[in-house]
Ligand binder design. Sequence first.
Ligand code: FES
Length: 107
Amino acid sequence: MKKRDNDIELINSKPIKIYINAEEKTAYEGETILSTLFAHGIKQISKNDHDQKIGAYCGMGICFCCLVSVDNSKYRACKKIVKEGMRIKTVINTSDIVGSYVKIKDC
Ligand code: FES
């Protein structure tokens, strides 16, 4: 596992292994996907309807600017807690799913 350079302080939770865009990364039990992304310096989280890369905005589940794919389902990164072996894809947009209706799962 790789060291995280952007943690604000030491984390006392158990480290777990996840994959972000197919790269193995360290996360900590109980943290959100968004926290993990920031800890690894990843700020381009999703894409808007104009295919522009965007970052998280509200950090509390309101704006939907943090949509990521987790095992082929979409989640708000600021609301979803990491789990061992989770496979996360960033910089996705609604066109990644067939049809205009996008079902976003709750936490
Ligand atoms: S950052 Fe706004 S919903 Fe996640």
